[in-house]
Design a protein around this ligand. Structure first.
Ligand code: SF4
Length: 436
């Protein structure tokens, strides 16, 4: 079979002209086995092009994969409900105007469907425009721009596209937007395709078999923001931005049912899990040091008595958040636990003004002099391992001299924390004795 459309495109001719030229040439036409497109391959993995070229016949499939990747980015990094994302339209994310107070403050406009009712209380099938647009960070804006370039109609996720046949499960719905069922089918096809690619190139990066559904992204995002705000994951910086946006902009939702509510619940669960772990360790005789050592011990024992290590319901999560004493954030990157008291938080320069006190710490800007710091034996053990690793790197012959100096400074910095821990650490028992 000859790719006549492809040949016509390459020759800048009509399909009829290409067919007629092929017929005139006869059966021995010298053509290649593939039909590569001119499109440059810009995506890099480990510094190398992820693909040699895109062929004419795989382009429609890759358009589907690209559109699905954009859907995943939007769902995961906005916390939008799936139905809201699938109804987004071209032009939903305008460039900020010159008067915008935040120069990079992109916003996404769209409709909401849950609880959308008209003046008579009737459900509005096509949804209603949201009063508060979603705040979008850079990867989301890029995903929207890519989809806008692919769109040939008003919708970003239409069921029918000019570039590919309809996928299974894409039954028609309002305005021909893709259904959640259709989106799940595309995500499943995307996962299979990606796992096939990684099996050939990067076997360690396989997507697990646990099915990925559109309605799981909001909780997953909240879980990650709550538990890994300064973590090692590649998106740590984005999570940091998202936490700030969530708190300051009502990110992705109205306070009542937006992402912020889910994030609050996940934050409370992360705190409860951590306090329960600390309570276990204290029971086994672990020590704690730092200006907030007593506060950490009392929070861990208090939370254990009250919640008994259970998985918190939303009501229990709200009860935990209502007690400032339980606001404890583990910060493994800085080898400490933050016992958050906004009045003492050195990461917030405006802490001295009650109105400017933030509800959560900026742990990516943690100040080692802060009075909210406590360190457990576990933190100190991890800190010692890190110092040992740095020292090994310093004596490596391949380490360049300027880097050695920097590593040496980093290895020397925590000395005071180690010495202070050895000198001032207390246990739960001692704390109980002191209280008496
Ligand atoms: S400076 Fe560090 S310990 Fe102090 S409140 Fe901020 S994050 Fe917590």
């Amino acid at each position: 079979m000859l790719a006549v459309s492809y040949l016509a495109g390459r020759a800048n001719a009509s399909k009829e002209q290409a067919s007629s030229a092929v017929r005139a040439y006869g059966p021995h036409l010298p053509v290649a086995g593939e039909a590569p497109l001119d499109s440059p391959i810009r995506g890099r993995l480990d510094g190398r092009a992820w693909l040699e070229h895109i062929t004419f016949h795989e382009a429609p499939q890759l358009m589907h994969r690209l559109s699905t990747a954009c859907l995943i980015v939007i769902l995961y990094l906005t916390g939008m409900r799936p139905g809201e994302a699938l109804e987004l339209r071209v032009g939903c994310c305008p460039e900020p105007g010159p008067d915008d107070p935040r120069p990079h403050g992109y916003q996404i406009h769209g409709n909401y469907f849950k609880g959308a009712r008209d003046g008579d209380g009737k459900h509005v099938v096509g949804g209603l425009p949201r009063d508060t647009p979603w705040t979008a960070i850079a990867p989301v804006v890029r995903a929207v721009r890519v989809l806008e370039r692919m769109a040939d109609g008003p919708l970003l996720f239409p069921v029918k596209t000019a570039w590919a046949s309809t996928t299974s499960g894409s039954r028609k719905r309002r305005g021909e937007a893709l259904t959640c069922q259709g989106a799940n089918a595309r995500i499943s096809a995307f996962t299979t395709w990606l796992n096939d690619y990684t099996a050939r190139t990067r076997p360690d990066e396989r997507i697990p078999d646990d099915p990925v559904h559109v309605n799981r992204f909001r909780r997953t995002l909240a879980w990650h923001i709550a538990r890994l705000p300064g973590g090692r994951v590649a998106l740590a910086v984005q999570y940091g931005h998202l936490r700030a946006s969530t708190v300051t902009d009502g990110y992705a939702g109205r306070a009542r049912d937006g992402l912020r509510r889910i994030l609050d619940i996940e934050t409370a669960r992360a705190m409860a899990d951590y306090l329960d772990t600390v309570a276990d360790r204290l029971h086994r005789g672990e020590h704690v040091s730092g200006p907030a050592a007593r506060r950490l011990i009392s929070a861990a024992t208090g939370a254990r008595n009250r919640f008994e290590g259970m998985f918190l319901t939303p009501k229990q999560a709200r009860a935990l958040l209502a007690v400032p004493q339980f606001h404890v954030y583990d910060n493994p990157e800085a080898f400490l636990a933050c016992n958050y008291d906004p009045a003492k938080a050195l990461c917030h320069p405006d802490r001295t003004h009650p109105a400017g006190r933030s509800k959560s710490p900026a742990i990516d800007r943690c100040d080692p002099a802060c009075a909210n710091i406590a360190r457990t034996d576990t933190h100190i053990a991890a800190l010692r391992s890190e110092i040992a690793r740095l020292r090994e790197e310093i004596v490596e012959p391949a380490t360049p001299m300027p880097l050695r100096e920097r590593l040496g400074q980093r290895a020397a910095q925590p000395g005071q924390a180690l010495e202070q821990h050895e000198r001032t650490r207390i246990t739960n028992r001692e704390e109980t004795d002191v209280d008496r």
